[in-house]
Design a protein around this ligand. Structure first.
Ligand code: B4P
Length: 194
């Protein structure tokens, strides 16, 4: 199964992707996690991405497409994968089409998690509080001002990705405002039909 999870920052893409990994044994490909790992390891990509991510902007299409293209080639992706946080621009979606076509692969479904913006802000503030309470470092991009920039980037560059897949009949929208378990159930119901 090859699946995309779309939605604004804080919609729960990462939360749900991890649950799908456990339930369905599919690999999670999170560009956010991959970029954060590159930053932690101080790789050339990490050095380029750090300031962009800390400011709440999108990392360049070239870098992100390169990461995903290499990752999809790894053997554990042969049985399928969930793309979490990618594509975030139409250029990334077009690049993904080319990557999959070269390998003779197709997408099974694109799931969009829909969540109101005030709820997103609330979730991110909550995440920052919980992280700080555990004594762990809070993500710079979870700062409320930076989060505002992330939402602007979503509205400017990423909101157009869902219609890109809707035109091809691949898009299923799910109410991401429900409790986490309910969202997981709604996604699993969709996956049974593809
Ligand atoms: P991501 O790592 O993708 O971060 P995110 O948008 O915050 O994550 P997500 O939607 O997965 O929310 P989560 O489950 O954590 O991106 C970070 C940055 O990386 C981007 O800003 C950008 O700079 C860069 N980047 C990544 N991909 C890129 C790309 N393709 N192109 C360019 N740049 C890229 O949920 C958030 C919180 O809500 C959690 O605390 C969770 O517990 C809670 N929550 C989730 N579901 C809930 C529910 N149903 N009810 C209540 N709370 C819920």
């Amino acid at each position: 199964m090859r699946l995309i999870l779309l939605g604004p920052p804080g919609a729960g893409k990462g939360t749900q992707a991890q649950r799908l990994v456990t339930r369905h044994g599919i690999v999670q490909l999170s560009t956010g996690d991959m970029l954060r790992e590159a930053v932690r390891n101080g790789t050339p990509i990490g050095l380029k991405a750090k300031a962009v991510m800390d400011a709440g902007q999108l990392v360049s299409d070239e870098i992100v497409v390169g990461i995903i293209s290499d990752r999809i080639d790894e053997p554990d992706c042969a049985r399928g994968f969930i793309l979490d946080g990618f594509p975030r621009t139409v250029a990334q979606a077009e690049a993904l089409d080319r990557i999959l076509a070269e390998k003779g692969l197709k997408l099974d479904a694109v799931i969009e998690l829909k969540v109101d913006q005030d709820k997103l802000v609330h979730r991110i503030i909550q995440r920052a509080k919980e992280t700080a309470a555990r004594g762990e470092p809070v993500r710079k991009d979870d700062d409320p001002e930076v989060f505002k920039t992330r939402l602007e980037a979503f509205n400017r560059d990423t909101a157009v990705v869902a219609p890109y897949y809707a035109k091809r009949g691949l898009l299923v929208a799910i109410d991401g405002m429900q409790p986490i378990d309910e969202v997981t159930k709604a996604i699993s119901d969709v996956l049974e039909t593809v």
